[in-house]
Write a protein that binds this ligand. Structure first.
Ligand code: MN
Length: 337
């Protein structure tokens, strides 16, 4: 049975006698978290004007999507919602409670709806709709009423709900690099409705000469591991400080490594504070499932993109443990075939 957002939303509001809804996403929001949250916020605002809608995103939103969100004429999602009455929440693109931004709003809500696309979603919330797909915004698109969505384009000026949903799809698929038929069908419908591709594409551009030069320095550090099909960039805390390398600088590196024709798995290890490592893994999802790989270490995410945080004073040992698990998983997958 397909999830019907309008029915679930209205029953949440009516059964609990609510007039306010708060929308939340994950920490360090990306284009998909912002696109899903803001898309739904505009959809509700236009189609259910009787309710007060309060989207909330962290100020650490990625630079590209932030450009579009800053142009929003209706909402300022960087301001903390100020609520005295009871309310419901809708959470998007957030696999685990620990990664939620504005969690106190979730804890204080009368009722909640969760919409996600992570295979690792822990199933929290009163209503939890998680379907593994390329982007949470793709799921958002498919649970909405087409005429009501079209309404948002007719009633508002950009960025509209449809622009935001398109933005989410654009970002989580790496500009349609990783898609399924359903992804392209959703994108096509949104364009037909009136979304302007080049308008939303502006959220994809964020490089400056300086940021590219920094990236060059990071890529120079990449080491090949195993038989060369795995590449890793590892940065310790002292290097982060002296070379002013932020997580934002390191974050895209694993994706660039993975996209190389001769690399199957790219990952980065970044010591965000003394003895705490934040690691990001990217593959094609088939050579190795990085969600499965990292679940053994307390991390997770998607088959092709996942992360883990680890407290250790011996990162080399941690790296060896990961490599051993990669070898083991690869052995089994080869035997399967
Ligand atoms: Mn996502």
């Amino acid at each position: 049975m397909i999830f019907n957002f309008d029915r679930e939303f209205q029953s949440m509001m009516q059964e609990h006698n609510l007039t306010i809804v708060i929308l939340l996403g994950h920490l360090n929001p990306d284009g998909d978290a912002a696109g899903s949250v803001m898309g739904l916020a505009h959809y509700i605002k236009v189609n259910y004007p009787q309710y007060k809608v309060l989207p909330y995103l962290a100020d650490t939103l990625d630079k590209g999507p932030k450009k579009q969100v800053s142009m929003d004429k209706v909402f300022n999602p960087f301001e903390k919602p100020d609520v005295e009455e009871k309310y419901g929440v809708i959470v998007c693109d957030t696999a685990v409670l620990a990664r939620m931004i504005g969690r106190k709003y979730y804890e204080g809500a009368e009722a909640s709806i969760v919409i996600d696309h992570h295979a690792s979603n822990e199933g929290y919330g009163d209503v939890n709709y998680t379907k593994t797909s390329e982007a949470c915004a793709e799921n958002v698109y498919y649970i909405l009423d087409e005429n009501k969505l079209k309404n948002t384009i007719d009633c508002e000026i950009s960025p509209t709900a449809a622009d935001y949903i398109y933005m989410g799809i654009l970002h989580d698929t790496g500009c349609f690099n990783r898609v399924q038929v359903s992804t392209m069908q959703a994108a096509m419908k949104l364009l037909e409705m009136g979304v302007d591709h080049s308008y939303v594409m502006q959220t994809m551009y964020k490089d400056t000469l300086e940021s590219l030069q920094k990236r060059l320095e990071l890529l120079k550090r990449a080491e090949r591991l195993l038989d060369g099909a795995v590449a890793c960039v590892c940065i310790n805390h002292a290097e982060c400080e002296t070379e002013e390398i932020s997580y934002e600088d390191i974050h895209p590196i694993s994706g660039f490594l993975r996209d190389c024709e001769d690399i199957k798995l790219g990952f980065t290890m970044y010591e965000e504070e003394e003895n705490r490592w934040r690691c990001s893994f990217r593959s094609d999802g088939k050579w190795i499932n990085v969600n499965e790989l990292l679940q053994a270490f307390g991390g997770g995410g998607h088959a092709a993109a996942a992360g883990v945080r680890k407290r250790t004073n011996d990162v080399e040992k941690f790296k060896q443990e990961i490599l051993e698990r990669i070898i083991m998983m690869r052995k089994f997958s080869v035997q399967d075939k």
